[in-house]
Design a protein around this ligand. Structure first.
Ligand code: ADP
Ligand code: MG
Length: 327
């Protein structure tokens, strides 16, 4: 089988006493989007910098298109584009001026640099702003300009480090459209994000990372399946919270969380709980429920539980089983 375009194996990186990466593994097949999802400080930027040859791992290996990021850094650089967490464009130049300058820095002949600048401005919807100084651009426009700057040499592999952090919803949507365009062209994208909806919308596969290692990976659906369905119960009144809680604990094997004055929710870590059982058990305990439902967890719930930022303060820690890698 063909090796994935991006492969990271057992990456470690220390900064003084901080162990930023602790054995990080990643594999991104050609033409797919891998969403590297993790909270602040999880190690996302450190991983991207190593993959992009800007930093060396203390241990472990990484290859891009089969080339080692340390020993064959030039080969790697010829195949990647990087848009960092902070836009790296020149404030004093216009959008077009920036693209032309970067084209020249990449040793394109002048005419080719100009042609490529216009092509990218047109394609990614920045032509109207092309001749305005970047200092007057919105945050979203800067990020998009930064993104297209990384495309000048048509890299087959693109690293996007938190491309939409801090942007308003509309600008985020525009960046997402731009990314989809690139993927349609066959570009392999590794995208870091703190936003679950972003990973859910764009990524074929997600690697959830925390404290420098992958704590779960799979498609968005596979990840949702790892923590099982949830049982939500809304009571007719709040006087029966205790009884309802006892019934839910018996069915789920863990304590439910209050999600409102009369609402309780619990993850179902073992399968086989049916709605009819819940209704019957509540009835038997004399609990009047206004609503009972079983549902898939949201990706938010998955993320919060996997990264130990306690989504269910009442339900204790994530079990070992749930933290296992999906595949
Ligand atoms: N150059 C550096 N010097 C010291 N510590 C660093 C440096 N870069 C990152 N770190 C630390 O490494 C950890 C991971 O950081 P980072 O990769 O930037 O996380 P993320 O991008 O997921 O927010 C954090 O604890 C951060 O403070
Ligand atoms: Mg970062």
């Amino acid at each position: 089988m063909e090796e994935p375009v991006v492969v990271a194996e057992g990456l470690h990186k220390h900064f003084g006493r901080t162990h930023a990466l602790r054995g990080l593994d990643l594999r991104v097949p050609a033409g797919t989007v891998c969403g590297v999802l993790g909270p602040n400080g999880a190690g996302k930027t450190t991983a991207v910098r190593i993959l992009a040859t800007l930093s060396r791992p203390d241990a472990g290996h990484a290859r891009i298109a089969g080339y080692d990021v340390v020993r064959e850094a030039d080969q790697v650089r010829a195949r990647i584009g990087l848009a960092g967490q902070y836009a790296a464009v020149d404030e004093k130049l216009t959008g077009r001026g920036n693209l032309r300058m970067f084209g020249r820095l990449y040793h394109l002949p002048r005419r080719e640099a100009h042609r490529r600048a216009d092509e990218l401005l047109e394609r990614f919807g920045l032509m109207e702003a092309a001749d305005r100084q970047v200092s007057g651009y919105s945050g979203g426009m800067r990020r998009r300009l930064d993104l297209i700057t990384s495309l000048i040499l048509r890299p087959p592999v693109l690293f996007l480090d938190e491309p939409t952090t801090g942007l308003d919803p509309r600008s985020r949507g525009e960046i997402w459209d731009n990314i989809r365009e690139l993927v349609a062209d066959g570009t392999t994208v590794l995208l870091t994000t703190q936003y679950l909806d972003e990973a859910d919308r764009l990524a074929d596969d997600i690697a959830v990372i925390d404290h420098g290692r992958v704590v779960a990976s799979g498609t968005p659906d596979e990840l949702k399946a790892t923590i099982g369905d949830r049982l939500d119960v809304v009571l007719a009144d709040s006087s029966m919270v205790r009884e309802a809680s006892t019934v839910m604990h018996r069915l789920a094997g863990t304590d439910p969380t209050m999600t409102g004055a009369e609402a309780l929710s619990v993850p179902l870590t073992r399968g086989g709980v049916r709605l009819a059982d819940v209704v019957r058990e509540l009835d038997r305990a004399g609990v009047a429920a206004a609503d009972v439902s079983l549902r898939r967890p949201t990706l938010d719930e998955v993320f919060l539980r996997l990264t130990d930022r306690d989504a269910d303060p009442g339900s204790g820690r994530v079990s070992g089983l749930e933290k296992e890698v999906v595949r």
